[in-house]
Structure formats: C-alpha cells, structure tokens
Design a binder for this molecule. Structure first.
Ligand code: ATP
Length: 302
C-alpha cells in the first residue's frame, strides 16, 4: 500500500509546488504579457539556499530584441541586508525582479543565488526561496483567512493570525463582523491598496522565504497606511536578504545600499547619506519628492 501512496504523495507535492509558483506569478505578473516558457534543464538540481546571497553579474535584457531594457547590471545583495532599487519610471526596476524570479532569462550575464546560477536549478526550488510582495496584490474570491493561509499549505489558524499580526492587519480583520471568515475579492469586501498589500505581507511571512522582494505600490497611500506598511516591511525584511523596489524614497532611507537605475544602467549606488552628498540624480529625486510632499501637506492643511 505504501508503494501506492508514495507516488500520490509525490503528486500532491508537485501540485502544491506548482500552485505556490502560480500564485506568486499571477500576483506579480498578472499585468504583463505571457512570456515564452522558461524550462528546467534536464536533471537540474534544486537551489540550495544557505546565506541568501544574491548577485547580478553584467545582466542584459530586453523584452524585444531591438530594445534593450537592462544594459549590463551589476548588483550584489549581501546575506541579510536590504538593497533598494530606485529610479525614474520605466528605468527597469520591476524587470530586475522578474529576472530574479526567472520569469524571463537574461540575454547576457547571469544571476546567482549563493553561487548557483538560477538558470541551472529547478524553478520550483527557486520560487520556494523567494517571497514576493507585489505592487498590486491579487486576492482570491475567498475568505481573508484563506488568502493569508495560501502562503503555506497546511498553515493552522494560529499561524495565520500570527502572520496577520506581523503584517499589522490582524486588528483590522478582528474588527470585521465575520473576522477571518469574511469574504474578500470581487464579490466580497473591497480592501484598500494598503490593506491588500498587508495581506500579501502576511502571506509572505507565513511562507518565510530566505529572500524577499518587495515591490512598493505606486498608488498613493495615506500617510498613516504608508507608515504602517513601512514599519511592517522593516520587520519582515529584518534578518533576511531583501530587495525593495521603491517609488517613494522615504521608504528606503534605512536601506544598506540604494541602487539608482537610469535607462537600464546603475547610475549611482550608496547609502542615503552618501547619495545625498553626491548631489546627483538621487539627490535631485529626493529634493523633488520632499517639495511635493510639503506641497501636499500644505494643501491638506488648507
Ligand atoms: P515603474 O517605476 O514605472 O514601475 P520600472 O522601472 O519598474 O517602472 P519596468 O516595469 O522594469 O520599469 O519596465 C522597463 C521598461 O520595459 C519600460 O519601458 C516598459 O515599457 C518595458 N516593459 C515592461 N514590461 C514589458 C513587456 N512585458 N513587454 C515589453 N516591454 C515591457
């Protein structure tokens, strides 16, 4: 009998792994065209993550052969540190995370995790190691508890609540008449952008991946929600390798390293203070965002 169940068990595992991969992909890439299929090499081993060291080596990429988007990117995220990627709209920030997820392959150069070329390992193992909090999180037409529990198969209610607490969304859920059984999605409760992102953070906390990619929402959030998300992000990112794609520079002033992308190249890199002293593109973006913020605050006060 055991012999009969082993393949079934295996099938279950394959199904769960694929399902996890799919939810991440849908969540993150629901907005882009379906790319050509990226396949595992024959006999590819699983990715073995120890420290969680991420490295882009002279990575080039274009969605179309005649338009290069990334023009030779070198990037290192040391284990347990946070690197923020900033830069003008269309600079290629989200493209970097799509390549790390191996949704597309670089046309030249390579991406390594703990020394292993991500092209040479199984995709299931790669996606298991990465946690993604996308810009616009997709919620299923199901309960809010289910939407969080999706982060890990077999998660119990206490674990789901623990993750919700970590993502600062538990109090909100507890205040709903149906609590964790409240229906969300198209036919249920409509959550705000900030609430949806916190559900995605809770899902990621439950998955507990060694490497985290956080794609900050471009949509404007009220300053209280923004502060709450930043606070949660800090705790989620602590002690794991994190890449934060940020639109608001104020989100990432504490990052260990800030990489400024411009037209597919790294224009500047350093800490917030170093980049301000440099008085280049980052300093210019910072001044502009500060002025915008002051204007908004002045308007709100009127
Ligand atoms: P933003 O700050 O606006 O989110 P970004 O820096 O993240 O921008 P990307 O999303 O990486 O920019 O896009 C970089 C460039 O690649 C853009 O010019 C965009 O139009 C192009 N691009 C993105 N996705 C695709 C796609 N699926 N097919 C073709 N071109 C694409």
């Amino acid at each position: 009998l055991a012999q009969l169940f082993r393949p079934l068990d295996m099938l279950g595992w394959v199904y769960r792994t694929i399902r996890q991969g799919l939810i991440d992909m849908e969540a993150m890439f629901g907005i882009v065209d379906t790319p050509e299929e990226v396949r595992d090499l024959e006999g590819a081993p699983a990715l073995h993550v120890e420290a969680g060291h991420v490295r882009f080596e002279d990575v080039r990429f274009g969605y179309d052969p005649d338009r290069e988007i990334l023009k030779g990117i070198d990037l290192e995220v040391k284990p347990g540190t946070m690197v923020a990627v900033v830069g003008p709209s269309g600079a290629g920030k989200s493209t970097l995370s799509r390549l790390l997820f191996r949704f597309y392959e670089p046309t030249a150069g390579r991406i390594l995790i703990d020394g292993q070329d991500i092209r040479r390992v199984t995709q299931a193992s790669l996606r298991q190691a990465l946690g993604i909090v996308p810009q616009d999180s997709v919620l299923f037409n199901d309960t809010i508890g289910y939407n969080i529990g999706y982060g890990r198969d077999g998660a119990g209610q206490d674990e789901i609540e623990g993750a919700a607490k970590g993502a600062a969304i538990h109090d909100f859920i507890a205040s709903l008449p149906q609590g964790y059984a409240a229906q969300v999605g198209e036919r249920g409760l409509k959550l705000s952008g900030g609430e949806k992102q916190r559900v995605a953070i809770a899902r990621t906390l439950l998955k507990n991946p060694p490497i985290l990619i956080f794609d900050e929402a471009t949509s404007a959030l009220d300053s209280r929600t923004e502060a709450a998300i930043q606070e949660t992000l800090r705790s989620v990112a602590a002690r794991r390798t994190s890449i934060v794609i940020a639109h608001r520079l104020s989100t990432v002033i504490d990052a260990d390293q800030i990489v400024v992308l411009n037209e597919g190249r790294v224009a500047e890199r350093g800490t917030h203070a170093e980049l301000l002293r440099r008085n280049g593109l980052y300093a210019e973006m910072w001044t502009r965002q500060q002025t915008e913020r002051e204007d908004e605050e002045a308007e709100a006060a009127e």
